[in-house]
Design a protein around this ligand. Structure first.
Ligand SMILES: C[S@@+](CC[C@H](N)C(=O)[O-])C[C@H]1O[C@@H](n2cnc3c(N)ncnc32)[C@H](O)[C@@H]1O
Ligand code: SF4
Length: 420
């Protein structure tokens, strides 16, 4: 893919961005890999602990939280330049943290005191913005009064809950352990505890899901009283039980036309319920309820990542940790490095050149309904732009550059046309 980038003025989208890259804020992602069991469709870095005793779990969780804290402390102490591409003359001091995301896995399998301990790691190591967004992912079956009050007490501002579906038989195919009612109840508990922003994740296109199931799921989602919804098309990953069942013909692959219809139904239903679609798969009740942390990713921003399988990004250098919990613990506890960079648990990294950064800036920024600010848009080929505009994949509005709905579905195509 050819890209006409680098004169000095043509690098302003990297050196002087208005809202992307270094201007997007600074985040911290903390990964908690533990789940009761591994759902058949999931390819996240997870560790099933359902078969262990509560004493074993307490010991493992305590050890893991201590390791994540030690990992974060080491990454912070190394300074910003140690994470940046070699030769980059960035200021070594860390900016204030604008968002923290504790994701999983199932972070709410941890007892509340250990979740608080994880979060204290961030506030003790880094300056944190006064209005920091602090999100914790939660599975409905782990919700309780005590958990929600404890999360509110440690300053959690946002809860992201995996409901996935409100149809019993769809939850069974997804191998989920909660009932539809548990998700609704968990939202009410979070609200009652005073957590200011609550989001539900739902998945469409699961084998066996009907149009009516999906409509009922959307209706129950909005009726639950959330202010944010993430709706994902089921992705079948080859390395999962679902992937193997689809390959064997035991499970039908999700159908593209069905997925498109379900997406259109979600857009209609959520718009009618007062939600604004601000990203391909995300809706909120107004701009203040958008996920600040995920917006940082889509704006190509900088963030530290700690924990099993966590990724970090700074100024075009990206790194990632081992996906194995035992290897993660061993590396952090011994200080023996598995790969490059300040964290012993990192197994790989890459430095993106300007061309690769331009592709990423477009792929991520065009996921947002607001698209890209003109100053933050990398130079694109005039012929490619004409082609993508003519094909109805992108548009410009008030100088901003963004995808059409059709372009959202054909994002790879849109970006490759722009870079001809
Ligand atoms: C990694 S999960 C962690 C949250 C929590 N453990 C849960 O499952 O509810 C984050 C979200 O990713 C989505 N997700 C995970 N695997 C997916 C897949 N194969 N296809 C579509 N969405 C998926 C689900 O909606 C899930 O809520
Ligand atoms: S509970 Fe969430 S993170 Fe855990 S295996 Fe299931 S989808 Fe993956």
């Amino acid at each position: 893919m050819g890209l006409r980038v680098p004169t000095d003025t043509a690098r302003r989208w990297i050196t002087d961005p208005v809202e992307s890259g270094s201007a997007a804020g600074f985040g911290v992602y903390l990964h908690v890999p533990f789940c009761h069991h591994r759902c058949g469709y999931c390819d996240f870095a997870t560790e099933a602990v359902g078969g262990t005793s509560s004493a074993e779990r307490r010991e493992l969780f305590g050890r893991y939280v201590a390791a994540v804290r030690a990992d974060l402390a080491r990454q912070v102490a190394a300074g910003r330049r140690a994470h940046a591409p070699p030769g980059d003359d960035l200021d070594d001091a860390w900016p204030a943290v604008t968002s923290v995301f504790v994701g999983g896995g199932t972070p709410t399998l941890l007892p509340p005191d250990l979740i608080a301990e994880l979060l204290r790691g961030v506030t003790e190591e880094l300056d944190v913005a006064g209005d920091v967004e602090l999100t914790v992912e939660c599975n409905p079956e782990t919700a309780s009064d005590d958990l929600m009050s404890a999360l509110a007490d440690v300053g959690v501002t946002r809860l992201s809950m995996g409901a996935q579906s409100f149809a019993d038989h769809v939850l069974a195919v997804l191998e989920r352990r909660h009932t539809p009612g548990a998700a609704t109840e968990a939202v009410a508990l979070a609200r009652a505890a005073g957590i200011s922003s609550v989001s539900l994740d739902v998945i469409y296109g699961t084998p066996g899901e009907s149009d009516a199931d999906w409509e009922a799921t959307l209706a129950a989602t909005t009726a639950a009283g959330v202010d944010h919804v993430s709706a994902y098309a089921l992705t079948v990953h080859a390395n999962t039980p679902f992937g193997r069942q689809v390959a064997d013909g035991a499970l039908p692959a999700p159908d593209d036309d069905v997925q498109r219809t379900r997406f259109d139904t979600a857009r209609r239903h959520l718009a009618a319920a007062g939600f604004e679609q601000y990203e391909v798969a995300n809706w909120s009740r107004g701009p203040a309820r958008r996920s600040r942390h995920n917006t940082l990713y889509w704006r190509h921003g900088d963030y530290l990542g700690c924990g099993v399988g966590a990724h970090g990004h700074l100024a075009g250098r990206r790194w990632w940790s081992t996906r194995s919990t035992p290897r993660y613990l061993e590396a952090v506890e011994s200080g023996r490095h598995l790969g490059p960079g300040p964290s012993p648990a990192v197994t790989g990294d890459e430095v993106l050149d300007d061309g690769a950064r331009a592709v990423e800036r477009l792929m991520l920024g065009l996921r947002l309904a607001e698209g890209l600010h003109p100053n933050d848009t990398p130079p694109v080929s005039p012929l490619g732009l004409e082609d993508a505009l003519g094909a109805g994949l992108v548009e410009t509005a008030c100088g901003r550059f963004r995808c059409t709905t059709q372009g959202w579905f054909l994002l790879d195509d849109a970006v490759s046309r722009l870079l001809v």
